[in-house]
Design a protein around this ligand. Structure first.
Ligand code: SF4
Ligand code: SF4
Ligand code: FES
Length: 386
């Protein structure tokens, strides 16, 4: 354990933390504009600077290791003054309308906390090296006039999604974030995971659904229903409609990330052709019926088929979108109630090679470890991929 003094109070911390990780354990917040726990510390914005007694100059909390005996000041006049100056430089040409429209964005919150005004405007003419604007993506709006050049989008796309869509072009005050090739996000190879939107602290990258429907007024934590991975998500709603779905940072199987389906494919909920009650087709017409009636109808048809052609004339297909328990019940129903072994699941089509190989090597055709165990492994052998 390390003994460290923070803002005059002595604390003990485990070895191996950065200063910022230690501060988080105490719920002491310093502004971290270029940092996101899902990606490696970068140390470019310098807003997280703190004073450490005996050190020459200020140190950045996000990428400095905590050491025994450190005496740290997080909000001295010196560091607050540096933060205010740095924020003022970033806010010099930053559109004030963006701050008013989305006051809760991370960067906008920092401006408020350090009493710094954004002095730019959305109607200002584009500079000689223009900022990217892209309205062609189906889910993401890009307006780089709001970019604070934190590189979080570039890094999260590389480190978390492995997609390398973004690139920092040019240098100095002409630095511009844009797609690695072409003009649009889709030209750059975006697969719409939404990670860059989640991490963007300013709203330069934003969900189109939020721009259209407004910021959520309610959040509900739930599990994505698309597949069996069990990604934890936060569903944001406004006026009874979903405006966005964001990955939960502490989801054990997704750790703050989702695929395109879990992140953006939620409009089916209000699709006009979505059946909202059970239906039976009679004389070529679909008729709405009660659950009691439809269950009786199915039971009668199954009995009729089994009596006429035997139980093996029936097959049951279950789904990877069901839980393990639901799939277990489906096979019990097939074997015990219907009397057939004709039971299958769509997961077998995708995963039969992996399941067979894992059964041979590990003894069971399923994962034998959690995702966290993979991060802790000293050696990883990857087979069958390029
Ligand atoms: S949405 Fe995902 S894939 Fe697309 S640019 Fe952002 S991080 Fe990369
Ligand atoms: S687009 Fe957003 S995340 Fe990317 S560098 Fe600009 S401010 Fe940062
Ligand atoms: S958050 Fe530490 S330098 Fe940006």
């Amino acid at each position: 354990m390390l003994q460290v003094t923070i803002n005059g109070q002595s604390h003990e911390f485990a070895d191996g933390l950065t200063i910022n990780q230690a501060l988080k354990q105490l719920a002491v917040e310093v502004p971290t504009l270029c940092h996101d726990d899902r990606i490696q510390p970068y140390g470019s914005c310098r807003l997280c600077t703190v004073e450490v007694k005996g050190f020459n100059g200020l140190v950045t909390a996000c990428n400095t290791q905590l050491r025994a005996g450190m005496e740290i000041l997080t909000h001295s006049d010196t560091v607050n003054g540096v933060r205010k100056t740095l924020l003022g430089l970033i806010a010099k040409d930053y559109p004030a309308e963006a701050v008013a429209q989305f006051p809760d964005k991370q960067f906008h919150r920092y401006l408020r906390e350090y009493d710094v005004k954004a002095r730019g405007s959305r109607t200002a003419p584009q500079p000689a090296v223009p900022f990217m604007k892209d309205t062609t993506h189906p889910y993401i709006n890009v307006d780089m006039t709001q970019c604070v050049t934190c590189y979080r989008c570039v890094r999260i796309c590389e480190e978390v999604q492995g997609q390398f869509v973004w690139k920092a072009w040019n240098r100095g005050d002409q630095t511009r974030i844009g797609p690695v090739r072409g003009e649009t996000l889709q030209d750059g190879g975006c697969v719409s995971c939404g990670a860059c939107v989640d991490t963007c602290p300013s709203g330069a990258l934003e969900d189109i659904s939020i721009l259209k429907r407004g910021v959520p007024t309610n959040w509900a934590k739930t599990i994505c229903s698309y597949c069996g991975t069990g990604c934890e998500v936060n569903v944001g709603t406004r006026n009874g409609h979903i405006t966005t779905i964001r990955p939960s940072m502490d989801g054990p199987s997704n750790h703050g990330h989702t695929c395109v389906k879990g992140r953006y494919a939620f409009d089916y909920i209000t699709a006009k052709d979505r059946p909202l009650s059970p239906m039976i087709r009679r004389n070529g017409e679909w008729q709405k019926v009660s659950w009691t009636e439809v269950n009786q109808f199915i039971a009668d048809k199954l009995r009729e088929a089994a009596a006429k052609h035997g139980p093996d004339s029936i097959g049951v297909l279950s789904s990877a979108r069901g839980t393990n328990e639901e799939n277990y019940v489906a096979q019990k129903f097939a074997r015990v109630v219907l009397g057939t072994n004709n039971i299958d699941c769509c997961a077998r089509v995708c995963h039969s090679p992996t399941a067979a190989a894992m059964k041979m090597t590990l003894g069971t055709g399923a994962a034998t470890n959690s995702l966290d165990d993979i991060a802790l492994a000293r050696t990883i052998l990857v087979a069958g991929v390029n």
